[in-house]
Design a protein around this ligand. Structure first.
Ligand code: NAP
Ligand code: GDD
Length: 356
């Protein structure tokens, strides 16, 4: 009988954590997620997969922990004995990282170091290999030094978040080279979905489109509309994370679409999908500007495509449409949502708050 494949995911309650959990469960993994204790529920995105742990069918288990708490990370690692760890947990909002730089760097930078140290000790003591995935970001390219950006493009981080991700990236490489860990960096460009946090620009737009159509919102306040991003579909991107850990040797990979679009392009497609003109609804609020901006991101996915056999399944117009359709469904308007009922279920949160 083959041994159960066990994975730990930090950040399991986030967008990527939820899609990665679904994917790993579909590959017959036992999945252990680290969640933060909060005073209200924070598991909306994974509730549909959760089965009472007393049941013999249970394959998804949750553990309280935090990337700022190294003791607990070690304890969970010892208890769970995983073969793979996906480090997705982070304060992931770039604008917020300017307001809370210390916490951002602690969770993103030091959090990765704490986890790597735990893996190093565990592996050296037990002789059991634990493969490690680090959720790196195209934000690390910042003020871009080449177009498009690839694995060899130098980093120029422009936010506390991006600086912390660069630190985590290099620590991951150092632990690979110093202690022979199977540790990979994914350098993922922006990836979105109906499960995207409501304060990231794509979801803020698609949610506003639906609420405007439903008569629940009149205006959409945004910051810089000229920035360009390489936007893909999150469900495609979590497969690349897993593929990296299935290779013979650990390495670092850019995951991207190879296309770039401005916020204006996104607005144009999202509003025209419901026959509205975005210029009638969008207003400027300087609150959403950043002290330094990343103007242009466009990734070169050649290495991922060639070495991992990875390919995206959704193009830019398809992504915008599926997000608008899911948000319309959430306000009770059917528009031929093709993206499966699970997405509608997990993002059908009733909060009207638009704190961003
Ligand atoms: P997300 O939706 O913001 O999810 C972040 C996850 O991290 C949540 O589960 C969150 O828990 C958890 N978390 C936050 N602080 C933590 C802490 N101190 N200890 C433990 N967990 C903590 O982010 P995402 O879009 O899924 O992204 C996943 C990872 O990829 C992140 O590391 C992000 O920086 C990186 N990344 C994302 C993109 C993208 O475009 N989405 C691109 C490149 C890299 P709560 O639910 O309790 O808040
Ligand atoms: N969030 C937000 N809100 N962004 C806005 C707004 C607004 O009201 N108005 C304009 N923008 C612009 C931002 O200035 C930025 O140029 C762009 O929209 C994208 O912002 P976000 O959606 O917040 O994403 P991000 O690119 O800063 O960061 C995301 O992608 C990174 C990968 O490149 C996050 O998911 C990061 O965690 C991730 O690493």
């Amino acid at each position: 009988m083959s041994q159960t494949k066990i994975a730990i995911i930090t950040g399991i309650t986030g967008q990527d954590g939820s899609y990665l959990s679904e994917f790993l469960l579909s590959q017959n993994y036992e999945v252990h997620g680290i969640i933060r204790r909060t005073s209200t529920f924070n598991t909306d995105r994974i509730d549909h997969m959760y089965v009472d742990p007393h049941s013999p069918d249970a394959k998804l288990f949750l553990h309280y922990g935090d990337l700022t708490d190294g003791t607990t990370l070690r304890r969970i690692l010892e208890e769970v004995k995983p073969i793979e760890i996906y480090n997705l947990g982070s304060q992931s909002h770039v604008r917020v990282s300017f307001d809370s730089p210390e916490y951002t760097v602690d969770s993103v930078g030091m959090g990765t170091l704490r986890l790597l140290e735990a893996v190093r000790d565990y592996q050296q003591r037990t002789g059991i290999e634990v493969k490690f995935y680090q959720a790196g970001s195209s934000e690390m390219f910042g003020k871009v030094q080449a177009v498009p950006q690839s694995e060899t493009t130098p980093f120029y981080p422009r936010s506390p978040y991006a600086c912390a991700k660069v630190y985590a990236h290099w620590q991951t490489i150092n632990y690979r080279e110093s202690y022979d860990l199977f540790a990979c960096n994914g350098i993922l460009f922006n990836h979105e979905s109906p499960r995207r946090g409501e304060t990231f620009v794509t979801r803020k737009i698609t949610r506003a489109v639906a609420r405007i159509v439903a008569g629940q919102q009149k205006k959409l306040f945004l910051g810089n509309l000229d920035a360009k991003r390489d936007w893909g579909y999150a469900k495609d991107y979590v497969k690349a994370m897993w593929l990296m850990l299935q290779q013979d040797r650990p390495d670092d990979y850019v995951v991207a679409t190879g296309e770039t679009h401005s916020i204006k392009d996104f607005l144009e497609l999202a509003f025209s999908h419901v026959n509205l003109d975005w210029q009638d609804y969008v207003a400027f609020d300087e609150r959403y500007l950043r002290p330094t901006e990343v103007d242009l991101l466009i990734g070169d996915p050649a290495k991922s495509e060639e070495k991992l056999g990875w390919k995206r399944s959704v193009d830019f117009p398809g992504l915008v449409q599926l997000m608008v359709n899911a948000d319309l469904a959430a306000v009770g308007i059917s528009n031929g949502n093709q993206d499966g009922s699970e997405d509608f279920a997990v993002m059908n949160r009733s909060s009207a708050a638009t704190v961003d």
